[in-house]
Design a protein around this ligand. Structure first.
Ligand SMILES: *Cc1c(COP(=O)(O)O)cnc(C)c1O
Length: 382
């Protein structure tokens, strides 16, 4: 499997992840970045801010440190970090003028679906949903009012794969911008901005943080344009700011992103191959498998296939729930992207509004040895 090989100014991704945004700490020589918790910032006698910041909600040193490390990883020109992945995506939606139409995937992350259905109409925006892995459906779904096409690939929890470059072309022809939720792939495996997208969206709660201990989000922009300025203004005034300590934790996590994602991908591939052969499993959704309908597109636009997968249990809903209940090593919890493997009956996690098949189990494959994970799944499915 090809590994991360996306150069930025000639530097390999692995190197960039370790060094992007690093600054020498001249006051102390500290190699690890210091944590500045201050909410307010001093000015000189002429009222000029001493360090460029005035108040935590407008800008602060921890936020700048993380943003300077983030945007080069996606090949962008600027990043904005937020208190959560939802806050990041919703802040982008809040930059749109009343009357605008947003097109989303019909299997979007449930938070996007609920936000689009419940809140967009209140803000004078309209939303509709289509199968993003069907380009003819995308062409039919854009309207003269469409200002944003929202892509999520691979999608959650079905791991459907959408062709980013082709969707960007359709969106551009309609005068719309394209934003890609790149949470599952991370820029270690997929760089939407290089494929023409305008914005990459992240829940940094997942692979960037990588240890199930920090909540945050990010928008990374191809250009520092009007949309970037508007999203910054939304954050400043509406206040979905990332806490300084959380910025520090995300920064620590992203330094090891490349090696963690490479291991997650290798382990997930082994687990997917084993599940595909398992008699209790009817189908495995993993874009790295040649049997996956989106495999060719994934192989073209990703340099690896990531640590997320889902699979269908032949005997249906109750058998799927029973298997989740019997897992010993996989931890029964929602979320993803951390060192420990997680397992969930996704429809139960999503609740009453879920559209996820009832026989589906979602896995976030962690950094344990894949042989141990395969043995655990095998005993759980008996
Ligand atoms: C978790 C997740 C989100 C939401 O992020 P939060 O940090 O939980 O707000 C959005 N998109 C995807 C694909 C996710 O997995």
């Amino acid at each position: 499997m090809p590994q991360t090989d996306a150069p930025h100014d000639g530097i390999k991704f692995e190197t960039l992840a370790v060094h992007a945004g690093r600054r020498p700490e001249t006051a102390t020589g500290s190699v690890a970045p210091p944590i500045y918790l201050s909410t307010t910032f001093e000015r000189d006698a002429h009222m000029t801010p001493l360090g460029g910041h005035t108040y935590i909600r407008e800008s602060n040193p921890m936020q700048s440190l993380l943003e300077d490390a983030l945007f080069p990883l996606e090949g962008g020109a600027g990043a904005l970090v937020f208190g959560s992945g939802m806050a990041a995506g919703v802040s982008l939606l809040q930059t749109l003028p009343a009357g605008a139409h947003v097109l989303l995937p019909d299997d979007a992350y449930y938070g996007w679906r609920v936000a689009a259905q419940e809140f967009l109409p209140r803000w004078g925006l309209t939303a509709s949903f289509c199968a993003m892995d069907d380009l003819a459906a995308v062409r039919r779904a854009v309207t003269p009012a469409t200002q944003l096409v929202f892509v999520e690939t691979p999608s959650n929890p079905l791991l459907r794969v959408s062709d980013i470059a082709a969707i960007v072309e359709i969106a551009r022809a309609a005068g719309a911008r394209t934003a890609v939720d790149n949470t599952f792939a991370t820029p270690a495996l997929q760089r939407p901005l290089d494929l023409g997208a305008d914005v990459a969206i992240h829940s940094v709660t997942k692979y960037f943080g990588g240890h199930s201990d920090v909540h945050g989000g990010a928008l990374i922009f191809k250009r520092r344009d009007e949309s970037f300025e508007k999203a910054m203004h939304v954050r400043h005034i509406l206040g979905a700011v990332l806490a300084p300590f959380n910025a520090w934790l995300v920064l620590r996590g992203l330094r090891s992103l490349a090696v963690r994602v490479a291991a997650h991908s290798a382990h997930a591939f082994a687990v997917a191959r084993a599940l595909e052969r398992h008699p209790a499993v009817s189908r495995v959704n993993y874009p790295g498998l040649p049997s996956h309908p989106g495999h060719a597109v994934a192989a073209r636009q990703m340099s690896g296939f990531g640590g997320m997968m889902s699979f269908h249990v032949k005997a249906g809903r109750e058998a799927a729930i029973a298997a989740v209940g019997k897992a010993k090593l996989f931890v029964r919890a929602t979320s993803l992207g951390a060192v420990e493997s997680l397992i969930e009956h996704r429809a139960t996690s999503e609740g009453a509004s879920s559209t996820t098949p009832q026989d589906l189990i979602r896995l976030s494959v962690g950094l344990e040895h894949p042989d141990d994970l395969i043995l655990d799944l095998d005993q759980a499915l008996r």
